[in-house]
Design a protein around this ligand. Structure first.
Ligand code: MG
Length: 241
């Protein structure tokens, strides 16, 4: 898990460092694909449920699952959500970050800051003996205090031999409810936060999820291990590019 997550985080960090206005989302996807292959790992998003990319790349009002495309150019001031992972030696990593292309407006920057901080609130609640609802509550309450909303339709998940395993890890919930967290579990916590209303819709490409009201969205994700000493972030490394 450590190895798969380190490669996943390095691929995400490299993508963040590579973002430039004028490049396409397919260009960014190729950078991650090449990097993961050079490590001897497998891009574990590619082909999963038929997804064609190494990463989901979702811009501005797109929440998740954007398909990398040669036709989609990144523009100055865009916020670019990149979700990617790698598998090696039978285990999977999964992580996401919303990067800014150049300077973004102050509300967009606040959305990024709040979403990232909400991820860390969620991680802090991922303690053995707690329940999944404690994570969701920690994320949701922080996001809503800051005037944003959490997406309900898509959730975090267990991760290990498969990219998506039980339990589901919603970004909303009630303290003390849901699956119990046990030492040794590895899970992906991934708040998807909308600027306005939490409702989303899927575009006719069958993949891209956008905010229903056209507001901005951000997405941050770590794979973590729940250990006796507390939660440990396994996908460490993309946050300080
Ligand atoms: Mg995930």
């Amino acid at each position: 898990m450590r190895k798969a997550c380190a490669i996943s985080a390095a691929a995400l960090r490299l993508a963040g460092q590579s973002i430039e206005a004028g490049m396409t989302t397919a260009d960014l996807d190729k950078i991650m694909f090449d990097y993961i292959k050079r490590q001897g790992a497998k891009p574990n998003f590619k082909g999963l449920y038929g997804f064609p990319g190494t990463a989901c790349i979702s811009i501005n009002n797109e929440v998740i699952h954007g398909i990398p495309s040669h036709k989609r150019q990144i523009r100055p001031g865009d916020i670019v959500s990149i979700d990617t992972g790698a598998a090696i030696e039978g285990f999977n990593g999964d992580n996401a970050c919303t990067f800014a292309c150049g300077k973004v407006d102050s509300e967009a920057q606040r959305l990024l800051d709040v979403t990232k901080a909400s991820l860390h609130r969620g991680i802090a609640a991922a303690v053995a003996g707690n329940r999944v609802g404690d994570i969701g509550h920690a994320v949701q309450s922080y996001v809503e205090e800051n005037g944003f909303s959490v997406v309900r339709t898509f959730v975090g998940h267990g991760v290990g031999k498969e990219l998506h395993e039980d339990p589901e890890v919603p970004n909303f919930g009630t303290p003390g409810r849901g699956a119990r967290l046990v030492s040794g579990m590895t899970i992906a916590i991934e708040p998807m936060v909308n600027q306005k209303h939490h409702s989303v819709k899927t575009l006719s490409d069958g993949w891209t999820v956008v905010t229903a009201d056209g507001g901005l969205a951000a997405h941050f994700e770590h794979t973590i291990a729940i250990l006796p000493a507390g939660p440990e972030i396994l996908t460490i490394g993309w946050e300080e590019p």
